[in-house]
Design a protein around this ligand. Structure first.
Ligand code: FAD
Length: 418
């Protein structure tokens, strides 16, 4: 059996759905497939940054999220365990009165993206992409898929690998990259009740405690745990562990009982880090976690998957066609323009994660110093806000690192570029 489309997208997570929405809006015929018949109920990615929201607005997904009760958050604060603010990124003040984060359930975000897909996009679940098809010159020209009716050869001018961090297509195309793991995990709680009005990252002796509101009057809490910290401790042990965790963060005391009650639905997640060395080969593009994974605390991964999709569609729009030569030209500029941005996001996310999650005495001292000097410097604070929001991104220079470490005095600390 065989089929022909302009674009075959492998994987219907955020990256694949955003790609189908963005490229579908150009009028191309798109086939989007996912090997799973149902989405797993994993809460991975609930915070949407202004940069990604501008694309969601364009595709009509932001409006759906707002109708579904998404929570608008205008600040991201790093706090001491007692709640004292150490560093605050005020999105509305720095980026403009309308700019904010949105918090929504991961499944609601996926549903909103799916609802925006135009009629020229077909979505099929329970369909696995098996292996790539190449033409006589070695260019990727489609893929074999396994669907209920049997194996089908899908010919496509462009194949998009949105198949997650373990991407089979990236491996088959020999695009390399090595996954690393942070030395800790994240334990996630969904607590009944409204305990937060903003995104707060508490820096504690035991690392990160991240708290933010979700729609429906619930609160998300991520706590950093050592790789073996919870091994074999059982329910009673976990309850004791939760009380000790709250004892270390008095600001969380009001939700103590809620955290204990939420233990039954907890999720323990590993925290990988990855950046593929390249994003495209003739006929094939990587989008989302097939290309990059960063620490969740900076809330960049899902947002970057969305902006990857928008960037790829933008390059395809610029070449104006879906002939193989046009697609390959668009892929070259996607690689050239997007790669530096992904390297920057990987650096920003890793530095932010280290600043908060490093529990060694030296790491904690360094983190405090970086936070204090950034908080005192309006120019660096504004640049950090832009970088996290993904709006008018301003990579920090080497001298900025010296200012953050307090090794140099910044004569331009008050000068904020517009
Ligand atoms: C705990 C946690 C919290 C996070 N919080 C945030 C946040 O607040 N903000 C943020 O921006 N990011 C966040 N992230 C990151 C975010 O979840 C990911 O960056 C994003 O979900 C990646 O989406 P994706 O579509 O690239 O990959 P995935 O979600 O992994 O989707 C890949 C899809 O491909 C399918 N697939 C795989 N192989 C095949 C195949 N051979 N054939 C067909 N289908 C296939 C899979 O079934 C899957 O549906 C968080 C991550 C974690 C773990």
């Amino acid at each position: 059996m065989s089929e022909e489309v302009d674009v075959l997208v492998c994987g219907a997570g955020v990256g694949g759905l955003a790609t189908a929405a963005a490229i579908g809006a150009l009028g191309a015929t798109v086939l989007l497939v996912d090997k799973l018949t149902r989405r797993p109920p994993i809460a991975k990615g609930e915070l949407l940054q202004p940069g990604a929201l501008s694309s969601l607005r364009e595709w009509g997904a932001e409006e759906i999220l707002l109708r579904q009760g998404a929570c608008a958050l205008d600040r991201l604060s790093i706090r001491a365990p007692d709640g004292e603010s150490l560093l605050a990124l005020d999105y509305a003040a720095v980026l403009g009165p309308k700019e904010r984060l949105l918090a929504a359930d991961h499944q609601t975000i996926l549903d909103a993206l799916e609802a925006t897909l135009p009629g020229n996009v077909t979505i099929r679940r329970g369909v696995r992409v098996d292996r790539l098809i190449r033409d006589s010159a070695g260019r990727v020209a489609g893929a074999h898929i396994q669907q209920p009716g049997g194996e089908t050869a899908v010919r496509a001018r462009l194949v998009v690998a949105a198949d997650g961090i373990g991407s089979k297509l990236r491996a088959e195309a020999e695009m390399g990259g090595k996954r690393a793991e942070y030395a800790h995990r994240l334990l996630s709680f969904e607590v009944a009740g409204e305990y937060a009005g903003e995104l707060s990252a508490y820096v504690t002796e035991r690392g990160l405690r991240l708290v933010y509101p979700l729609p429906g009057g619930t609160t998300r809490v991520y706590t950093q745990v050592g790789p073996d910290e919870l091994r074999g401790i059982g329910h009673v042990g976990l309850v004791g562990w939760t009380h000790r965790m709250v004892d270390g963060v008095p600001a969380l005391d009001p939700m103590r009982d809620g955290l204990v009650a939420a233990l039954a639905g907890r999720q323990l997640l590993p925290v990988p880090r990855f950046l593929a060395p390249s994003l495209a080969k003739p006929g094939l593009a990587l989008v989302g976690e097939s290309a990059h994974a960063v620490h969740p605390m900076a809330a960049q991964g899902m947002n970057t998957a969305i902006t990857d999709a928008a960037a790829l569609a933008d390059r395809l729009r610029a070449v104006g066609g879906f002939a193989a030569a046009d697609v390959d030209e668009a892929l070259r500029s996607y690689q050239r323009e997007r790669m530096p941005m992904l390297e920057h996001i990987a650096t920003v996310s890793h530095n932010a994660a280290r600043m908060i999650t490093d529990v060694s005495p030296l790491g904690r001292l360094l983190g405090r110093t970086l936070m204090r000097n950034t908080a005192r410097n309006p120019r660096l604070l504004a640049a950090t806000c832009h970088n996290m929001a993904g709006v008018d991104v301003r990579p920090l220079r080497l001298t900025d690192r010296f200012y953050q470490l307090g090794l140099l005095r910044d004569a331009n600390a008050q000068v904020i570029a517009r």
